[in-house]
Write a protein that binds this ligand. Structure first.
Ligand SMILES: [Zn+2]
Length: 189
């Protein structure tokens, strides 16, 4: 009897988890509006230990950004009431407008800005954040045909003088994960 209750609770937990992921992926796919403007994906860190979309939105508005948070997506690290690896979609993405995450306007106009919460000069991104980042980039690349060479950390872009997304951000590994995911899907087909 006890065993049965245990299995039941496991099953219920699994169902809740799976349905949460399904709902999230569906809503994200629905928000991937057709567009030809997105040519780059620019990865940032928040430079802060804690944070979430709402906190950055308030901060950027207080600094005079009338469109709010500068990024299109935020990937949380389990602080400020959000899940570790939870992806938040910002109003800039929902409205399909330019970002405010780079110094140069051409990047803001053509680049999808993704911010991972954390300071990767001091710590490393969480494994769940990297998993979510790779899944998100896979979806975006499929929709907008963005080449791997156009996926860059903020400071790696010509003309952007910054350390963002931090010296510990594993950009090479992220690209490797994207390429190997692509090879896998090719071999299945
Ligand atoms: Zn940045």
């Amino acid at each position: 009897m006890k065993k049965q209750t245990y299995y039941n609770s496991l099953l219920i937990g699994l169902l809740i988890n799976v349905s949460f992921i399904l709902i999230f992926v569906n809503s994200l796919q629905a928000s991937l509006i057709k567009s030809t403007r997105w040519r780059y994906i620019v990865i940032h860190h928040s430079g802060t230990k804690i944070g979430n979309l709402k906190i950055f939105d308030n901060y950027h508005r207080s600094r005079g950004m009338k469109n709010g948070v500068a990024y299109h997506f935020v990937i949380n690290n389990g602080t400020a009431g959000r899940g570790n690896g939870q992806i938040e979609v910002t109003s800039r993405w929902k409205r399909q407008i330019h970002g405010g995450h780079c110094r140069q306007n051409w990047v803001n106009r053509t680049g999808i800005g993704i911010c991972l919460v954390g300071n990767f000069d001091k710590t490393y991104p969480k494994r769940n954040q990297i998993r979510s980042l790779v899944s998100l980039i896979k979806l975006l690349r499929k929709r907008y045909f963005i080449p791997i060479s156009n996926i860059q950390g903020h400071g790696h872009l010509n003309g952007e003088k910054t350390n963002c997304p931090g010296k510990n951000f594993p950009i090479k590994e992220v690209k490797k994960m994207l390429i190997s995911a692509e090879e896998k899907s090719l071999s299945i087909n």
